[in-house]
Design a protein around this ligand. Structure first.
Ligand SMILES: C[S@@+](CC[C@H](N)C(=O)[O-])C[C@H]1O[C@@H](n2cnc3c(N)ncnc32)[C@H](O)[C@@H]1O
Length: 300
């Protein structure tokens, strides 16, 4: 989605940009190239391996960027309010994470049931799967994965782990293949459970909510936020955030009662009402991008 990100952020040589999910540095390199010769970029990633990879990838832009390992939810602690022209969040896992079995994100290849983006974190997917009550596990699978068989899978996990705790990714994937088989499905039966576990282990929705607020604080008026999402659970959070802040009123309680609305100028403008999807050429080149979409908003 490089072309879409550049169209959204419109990098310029006087600009200061932030890539909160710098990964291997692909988008960051494109933003730095487009803002030559003096545009500046701050990048962070929770994954120390990714942060190092980004530094190496961006070496040709030496002096024009700073990279640190950290959660984008903390952006407002590192950068001044109203100081940036553009912020990018490209959510989810990276190809190097998915393709390294030892990171434990993949149900195709066997590895430890880990899924931590930040390897210094205590909570792993194995701890979550082995120690969480079945009802709570089912809620995780349903809320973060829209998994329809959430209760059945959670109960089966609870039964199996009494005799053999879950340690490996294939061990969990095989249980799901057994009780919720592939017949007629486009995706592997473990896709949603693995997505949900990854999101819970890394508190991805909590980070996203805090990160959106932080991005808004550090953006200058007129600065833009572009967020790439890969599934409906995270897209919903971004869409609701944009909708709420683009209204000209605040609501007072849990529900919107028109008589109780408090008028205020909109905090952001939605640059496009609908999410932008990748073109066919990009999907052909990178099949993982097929479910990606970008939402763009501008701070008032
Ligand atoms: C889809 S990849 C980004 C790829 C990157 N845009 C590129 O061009 O190479 C997502 C990255 O976000 C990181 N990540 C996920 N949640 C994060 C968070 N809360 N804070 C910082 N990085 C995060 C992951 O570790 C992963 O490296």
């Amino acid at each position: 989605m490089v072309a879409e990100v550049l169209a959204a952020l419109q990098p310029k040589a006087t600009g200061r940009y932030v890539d909160g999910t710098v990964g291997g540095g692909g988008h960051a390199a494109a933003v730095l190239a487009a803002s030559s010769p003096t545009g500046w970029l701050f990048g962070c990633d929770r994954d120390g391996v990714a942060a190092e990879a980004a530094k190496a990838r961006l070496a040709e832009f030496s002096g024009r960027f700073e990279i640190r390992q950290g959660n984008y939810a903390d952006l407002a602690q590192w950068l001044e309010p109203n100081s940036c022209d553009g912020v990018l969040l490209d959510l989810g896992v990276s190809s190097p994470q998915l393709d390294s079995p030892e990171r434990g994100f993949s149900f195709q290849q066997d590895g430890p049931l880990d899924m931590r983006m930040n390897k210094q974190q205590e909570l792993t997917a194995a701890k979550l799967v082995n120690l969480t009550a079945s009802d709570e596990l089912a809620n995780i699978f349903w809320e973060y994965g829209d998994e329809e068989d959430s209760r059945r899978i959670a109960r089966a996990i609870e039964m199996d782990r009494r005799t053999q705790p879950f340690e490996r990714t294939r061990q969990l994937a095989e249980l799901i293949e057994r009780i919720s088989p592939r017949a007629g499905r486009k995706s592997h039966p473990a896709t949603k459970v693995f997505q949900a576990l990854r999101m819970a282990v890394n508190d991805e929705i909590g980070s996203l909510k805090r990160g959106l607020e932080a991005a808004l604080q550090i953006l200058k008026p007129g600065g833009r936020l572009a967020v790439i999402t890969f599934h409906s659970v995270e897209d919903r959070v971004v869409k609701d955030f944009g909708r709420r802040l683009s209204r000209d009123y605040e609501i007072t309680g849990e529900v919107d009662v028109p008589e109780l609305r408090i008028p205020r100028p909109p905090v952001v403008q939605l640059v496009s009402r609908k999410a932008i999807r990748p073109g066919e050429a990009e999907i052909a080149e990178n099949p993982r991008s097929r479910s990606a979409q970008v939402r763009v908003m501008e701070k008032n």
